[in-house]
Design a protein around this ligand. Sequence first.
Ligand SMILES: Cc1cc2nc3c(=O)[nH]c(=O)nc-3n(C[C@H](O)[C@H](O)[C@H](O)COP(=O)(O)OP(=O)(O)OC[C@H]3O[C@@H](n4cnc5c(N)ncnc54)[C@H](O)[C@@H]3O)c2cc1C
Ligand code: SF4
Length: 331
Amino acid sequence: MNSFSYNKAYDVAEAVADIQVHEQGKFIAGGTNLLDLMKENVMKPDHLTDINRLDLANITEHEDGGLRLGALVTNADTAWNELVEQRYPLLSKAILAGASPQLRNMATNGGNLFQRTRCYYFYDTATACNKREPGSGCSAINGINRIHAILGTSMQCIATHPSDMCVALAALDAKVNIAGPNGDRTLEFADFHRLPGNSPHLDTNVSPGELVTSIDLPPSNFTKNVFYLKVRDRQSYAFALVSVAAALDLDGDVIKDIRVAMGGVAHKPWRRRDVEESYIGKMASTENFQELAETMLTGAIGFGGNTFKIELAKRAIVRALNEALKTGENL
Ligand SMILES: Cc1cc2nc3c(=O)[nH]c(=O)nc-3n(C[C@H](O)[C@H](O)[C@H](O)COP(=O)(O)OP(=O)(O)OC[C@H]3O[C@@H](n4cnc5c(N)ncnc54)[C@H](O)[C@@H]3O)c2cc1C
Ligand code: SF4
């Protein structure tokens, strides 16, 4: 492991100022991803700014019924929070589908957004990887790519974003609040993560040295008919091959609003609001769900080892929506 300096910050301004003076500085929260990457020599920060003492570990209510999730609330405390369970059950389910209880106790909401891909070659410093070393090539395109992306890929990178939490946040239209050297700003969740394009080393639209302070959830009617389906090689402690966050707001059998976000298929949670909108006013039926799934997968490309994901994703969407319908019946 490379040597690095370390400092504990006690407020947001101090954390942001501390990291600016180090070219390769990184914030450290739970450390469950960053420390692994440092031990594997994949990330080599010259400085760590420890943000665990910042006052960002609360969940608070907005007057309109929405919630603010502090960046330092752990994934476990978020998933089991009573207000989150009542108002955003899709988020609770998605978080609890991820990692293990021990990891969820350490992992923070802010850190979850920035977790890096699980592409085998990204972790293997003996191989070419444009994400780890820009311009070196992509070993996965013609290599082992069972876990890789089928949507929004580029010839520079076909990695996926591995988070479960982020798939639900995408479906729920979350917003991310950020503090930086030039002041505060807010990013729509859809604009937070990037597609690989020609710069796969950039995972997000957050600049180095900017700190995520909280995540806002707008008021939501998706409290009954929701389901998070995670298809994976092992039932526990495994990342998604394909996951689907499905939510329905119904008037009888008619769709008043619908959300479908996918994980494990792209460099960011994959959602098509245009497709969702075209089903508003239609029947919540398997036939319509099948048609929606076909459209959601328009443009999907397989690279050999992962081509099975195209059919898997379609079936997962239909199943998740049907399960969301049933979930409502049981309440
Ligand atoms: C064995 C294993 C299995 C896992 N399985 C799953 C799974 O199934 N599903 C899933 O979703 N996740 C899974 N995870 C990932 C886990 O959820 C993440 O590692 C965790 O959420 C990261 O949070 P952290 O607080 O530990 O981040 P850290 O490791 O501390 O930081 C991660 C990155 O985020 C940056 N960062 C942290 N906080 C902030 C902030 N507030 N502002 C700006 N930058 C910040 C850091 O600089 C670093 O680059 C797994 C992890 C492991 C080790
Ligand atoms: S898919 Fe992306 S992360 Fe994986 S080897 Fe290619 S460039 Fe690297």
